[in-house]
Design a protein around this ligand. Structure first.
Ligand code: NAD
Ligand code: MG
Length: 396
């Protein structure tokens, strides 16, 4: 490779951000960190800056920026600290940046990710909420700028690896019948409905196979994560919702599959470690070491599959309905879910009420067309306001 790839990591202090930096640190001959961003845990951001010496760091507000800037200077670093969404968009779009890792959680990642898209970068997308909210506009912007969009979500990275190179011609054109999207089933896969009333945030965040941030961990427990992933898959692979089937696979060894018209089913397997999809997308179309141990099939011994239970996990049904309704529905689903998950993590509502809030919010607002980003944020704000009202009426 002729020169070092300049990489911006949005959400560097998070679970995906840290895994990304672990892979990058294994390949100093290929990658250089251009910018790191954090929102909380700014001491951790300082330590990451000391380790990776980025050109820029981004924090949410001015006072924190001054503090970090002083600490960086004291550490002998020339890293410049930027502030807020403007700073995030700047380090996403900077002319020197090659690759942007979009690993902010939630709607907060949309504008910075779109800034990278509009600037025609190579984007490694973990921030599924951004794509769910703005799907059609996001994909239009990718086509317009010529940005290269590569999925980091393990399932979508697996599907990407199992698709033919020219899948953008259309799934039927390339002989794909269905996408089989695997799900671990989360920590409550076998928990009876009645007990779901009493599960705690810590129980919801104790995922059996993956170590992740708290929001996505709750999403995995409610299966909203798989619902968001269904919508994500529809946009990434130009699939209809009925072409994506969710398969519970508790071992999380098969990360998803593609079913072809000739009966061939291609799967991608690996240990459940985000460094595999991250390394795959960073180096694509080449392959690099990720630090992940080789898969030991003898230790795994068996792979199980079951159908999802939409009675116990209504979030999956709600997400499928939003995928079918399209337009403003996915943005509203996502926003209501973000409010509900935060309330659950704060101990204000019980676990099954996450789905109740989302269902109520979606039933209160008609689905409207979203022709621009303003309309997406309007739908997002409406859903947050309605979910907030629900909490004021019903939460402790
Ligand atoms: P996390 O909570 O561990 O990290 C989130 C990052 O975003 C942190 O760096 C945090 O500082 C930053 N952040 C949070 N709120 C912000 C805001 N308002 N503005 C700017 N920055 C903000 O989350 P994670 O588990 O790393 O997940 C990140 C994204 O990747 C999510 O969209 C998630 O769905 C997706 N994802 C994660 C995993 C995983 O294994 N963790 C797997 C697949 C997809
Ligand atoms: Mg996933």
């Amino acid at each position: 490779m002729s020169r070092l790839q300049q990489v911006t990591v949005l959400g560097a202090t998070g679970s995906v951000g840290l895994s990304t930096l672990d892979v990058i640190a294994r390949h100093p001959d290929r990658y250089q960190v251009f910018a790191l961003t954090g929102f909380t845990r700014l001491n951790e951001l300082l330590a990451l800056c000391v380790r990776h010496a980025p050109r820029f760091a981004v924090v949410p507000e001015a006072a924190a920026a001054r503090g970090l800037q002083e600490d960086l200077r004291a550490a002998g670093l020339a890293t410049q600290v930027l502030v807020g969404e403007e700073g995030l968009c700047q380090v996403s779009a900077d002319a020197e940046v090659d690759t942007v890792v979009a690993a902010i959680v939630g709607a907060a990642g949309l504008r910075p990710t779109l800034a990278a898209v509009d600037a025609g970068k190579k984007i490694l997308l973990a921030n599924k909420e951004a794509l769910v909210m703005s799907g059609a506009l996001f994909m239009q912007a990718v086509r317009k700028s010529g940005a290269v969009l590569l999925p980091l979500d393990s399932e979508h990275n697996a599907i990407f690896q199992c698709m033919p190179g020219d899948f953008s011609r259309g799934l039927s054109q390339v002989g794909v019948r269905r996408i089989l999207l695997t799900a671990s089933g989360g920590p409550f896969r076998q928990t009876p409905s009645a007990e779901l009333e009493h599960v705690s945030p810590d129980q919801a965040c104790a995922h059996p196979n993956w170590s992740m941030g708290r929001k996505i961990s709750v999403d995995s427990a409610s299966m909203m994560n798989k619902g968001l992933e269904l919508i994500e898959a529809c946009w990434l692979f130009d699939a209809r919702p009925d072409q994506v089937e969710v398969v519970i696979h508790p071992q999380s060894v098969i990360h998803s599959l593609v079913d072809y018209v000739d009966g061939s089913v291609l799967a991608q397997l690996g240990n459940p470690d985000m460094r595999t999809p991250i390394a795959n997308a960073l180096a694509w179309p080449e392959r690099i070491d990720s630090g992940v141990a080789p898969l030991d099939l003898f230790a795994i011994a068996r792979l199980d599959f079951e159908a999802p239970d939409e009675q116990r996990f209504p979030c999956l049904r709600l997400a499928r309905q939003a995928a079918e309704a399209g337009n403003s529905a996915p943005a509203m689903l996502n926003a209501a879910n973000e409010v509900a998950v935060a309330a659950f993590l704060d101990g204000r509502i019980r676990f099954p009420q996450i789905a109740s809030i989302i269902e109520d919010v979606l039933s209160l607002e008609p689905v409207v067309a979203v022709n621009d980003l303003g309309a997406v944020f309007e739908a997002d704000a409406k859903a947050r306001a309605l979910a907030g009202q629900w909490l004021n009426r019903n939460a402790r």
